[in-house]
Design a protein around this ligand. Structure first.
Ligand code: URA
Length: 443
């Protein structure tokens, strides 16, 4: 087999067989196929697309390229969730204990933040003592005992995807539905869960800008999961503004705890309930989505989800008292108000820009190995569609000290808000759900 023949075949609109895709992925991982040939192939896929069978074969070839986690020692149907990006997205902190409280085991590996996006592991590490590294045995035993564990990515998961994603990033081939779908699903499949719920973001801040494109991506991912025997569903949610009000590690943990106490922001709560209900349904703890949603709401209202969070934190070495007193989390000593200069309605909030602002304050990393400050970040006081008055504080910056840099971030935050004379029409948070049996639009 020769890479050039496979590039030629795809360039002319042909379909590659499983053996041909394995040849490409294995050859690329081992360094036998050079970047320039893989780039040409990725560009051919960008223009020609891939069949559902090719997409599934590519996914499995990438999943096989590194470690595959065996969760079979854990009893029950293990559920996982994944979000395709998002600023202020602290859903894992809420959904994982919520779903575990409903009887669905969650054995989850999460990442750290980079650039404008945060990472669950960084957020958890803002709880004093919390350990995000467990041995394989500790990880499996903990899930069997308390129904839940979240650890940092360890070992060598999907190295082929890592290499290919970096190449796509610099060859203008990221925005391809089969390539995004196989990239995301290879990681989820290697991570071992039986049931996978995907949160596909749509809107100007997301990979997929329109609902149709987002549904096509969701469909591709659900089909891959289904073809390889994983129960898979995808929710499509709006990503035109940050989720909830807080951006920054300890600030987001605090908001997650408030949500587990039933006092969280409406958008965050509703997304968590929807994601949780699908995980509970796929995890076999309810016969219908309505029953799953009722169970999830009951576990939130009764405090069972908060109890599970407390146990989870304690078991992984963290201070469980944060669940009752979030003031125990790290707090920045200085708060600076960002005010608006005109009256009007918030037309738009640039989520990515706010994520970048939080990173510049020290909540995130500009480079992979940079340190972070768990206490700093920002909290929004207003969201899209709300009326504001000149001079009103719309965001609070939580910082170590006032400085020129902080004043620059203040400007960046102010410019993330577009204020206009008329109330904008708001897209619903939950837009569509894609399952094995079809696509359902909300509203
Ligand atoms: N996220 C991924 O993991 N892969 C992609 O290709 C795009 C987003």
């Amino acid at each position: 087999m020769r890479a050039v023949d496979l590039i030629h075949k795809k360039r002319n609109g042909g379909s590659l067989s499983e053996a041909e895709l394995s040849f490409l992925i294995d050859g690329y991982s081992q360094g036998d196929i050079p970047d320039y040939q893989m780039s040409a192939w990725a560009m051919a896929v960008f223009f020609r697309g891939m069949t559902a069978k090719e997409t599934a074969d590519l996914t499995l070839a990438m999943a096989r390229s590194g470690d595959q986690i065996d969760l079979s020692p854990i009893r029950g149907i293990k559920a996982d969730k994944h979000s395709t990006g998002g600023v202020g997205d602290k859903t894992t902190l809420i959904v994982a204990p919520l779903v575990a409280a409903c009887g669905v085991p969650v054995a989850k590996m999460s990442g750290r933040g980079l650039g404008h996006t945060g990472g669950t592991i960084d957020k958890l590490e803002s709880i004093a003592g919390f350990r995000t590294e467990l041995t394989r045995d500790q990880f499996l035993t903990q899930v069997n005992e308390i129904g839940l564990a979240v650890i940092g990515q360890s070992g060598n998961i999907t190295p082929a995807d890592k290499k290919l994603y970096a190449l796509r990033d610099v060859t203008a081939t990221v925005q391809s539905i089969p390539l995004i779908a196989s990239s995301v699903m290879s990681k989820k499949i290697a991570a071992g869960a039986d049931a996978i719920v995907l949160d596909v973001k749509t809107g100007s801040g997301a990979f997929m800008k329109s609902l149709e494109e987002s549904e096509a991506l969701a469909r591709a991912m659900v089909d891959i999961g289904t073809q390889v025997g994983r129960r898979t569903a995808a929710l499509i949610s709006d990503m035109d503004q940050p989720l909830g009000f807080a951006i920054g590690n300890a600030l987001e943990v605090r908001e997650a705890i408030e949500t587990l106490r039933g006092q969280g922001p409406k958008d965050l709560t509703e997304l968590c309930v929807a994601l949780g209900a699908h995980m509970v349904m796929l995890g076999g703890q309810a016969d219908s989505l309505e029953a799953a949603e009722a169970l999830v709401r009951e576990k939130l209202a009764s405090g069972a989800a908060l109890d599970k969070f407390r146990t989870f934190v304690e078991t992984q070495g963290g201070n469980p008292a944060v669940a009752d007193d979030p003031a125990l989390l790290p707090q920045a000593p200085v708060i600076i108000e960002v005010t608006v200069q005109t009256d009007g309605f918030i037309q738009r909030i640039d989520a990515e820009q706010l994520g970048l602002a939080a990173m510049l304050l020290g909540a995130g990393r500009a480079t992979k190995d940079a340190g972070i400050d768990h206490a700093v970040g920002l909290t929004m006081r207003r969201k899209t569609g709300e009326r504001v008055a000149a001079g009103e504080a719309i965001v609070l910056l939580h910082v170590r000290e006032d400085s020129r840099k902080v004043r620059e971030v203040e400007e960046l935050v102010r410019s993330a808000f577009t204020i206009g004379g008329e109330a904008p029409s708001l897209p619903p948070l939950l837009q569509s759900v894609v399952t094995e049996s079809g696509t359902h639009r909300y509203g």
